[in-house]
Ligand binder design. Structure first.
Ligand SMILES: [Zn+2]
Length: 219
């Protein structure tokens, strides 16, 4: 008597069960491999999707950031405050372990963006430094820096010395009314004269004279 459909099904199910029990390990391994393979495929799929929707994703992210700016900032700040030590330590550790890589990346960045960096520096200089140099304080600091460069050692603080320089009107030698040169010296430019033979760091200032007399006095 031929088997009924029902019976056929039952037999198959039983045989399947036996097969599964007998080959448990093999099946498990296959499952694992499939899942692993699938995972990679899923990853690939995600990556592809991201590549195709990059602009949209970025736009969304920016939108999210813009609308939640305050919240994000507060959260970030709070998180940082609460984990300051840990973050600092991690950063330090990361830097220590990847120093060569970091240096290399920075070098490459600098080389790749040389012109851009130069332009930025120029802009910065124009915006801040030049403006600052036009202020009285900026001019004063510029003068002091130049005097230091000339190895002048005042008998007082640099602030006091600058005050004295401002007060001096007539040349100590020829009594000419001295002028203030911003960039270039003229014969009447006011100059602090100093003894070039004193080089041990002790005061070597001799007096305010005009540029002409300063040259005549020589070394
Ligand atoms: Zn003079």
């Amino acid at each position: 008597m031929p088997l009924t459909e029902e019976e056929k099904k039952k037999r198959k199910s039983e045989s399947d069960k036996r097969y599964r029990e007998k080959n448990k390990e093999k099946i498990n391994k296959q499952k694992q491999e499939y899942s692993k393979k699938n995972k990679e495929r899923e990853k690939e799929r995600c990556k592809l999707w991201y590549e195709n929707n990059k602009e949209r994703v970025l736009k969304k992210a920016i939108e999210y950031y813009e609308t939640n700016k305050e919240k994000i900032r507060t959260n970030t700040k709070e998180y940082y405050e609460n984990n300051k030590e840990k973050i600092g330590k991690n950063r330090k550790e990361y830097r220590k372990q990847n120093l060569e890589q970091i240096k290399q990346t920075q070098k490459e960045y600098r080389e790749k963006n040389k012109d851009k960096i130069k332009q930025k520096q120029k802009e910065y200089y124009n915006e801040y430094t030049k403006e600052y140099q036009q202020t009285p304080e900026g001019k004063k600091q510029f003068r002091i820096a130049r005097w230091k460069y000339q190895k002048i050692v005042p008998p007082c603080t640099w602030d006091e010395f600058h005050d004295e320089w401002e007060k001096a009107t007539n040349c100590a030698d020829c009594d000419v009314v001295m002028t203030v040169g911003e960039r270039y010296n003229t014969p009447t430019t006011k100059c602090p004269d100093h003894d070039h033979s004193i080089t041990d760091g002790s005061p070597n200032f001799r007096g305010f004279v005009c540029h002409g007399c300063n040259i005549r006095r020589g070394k």
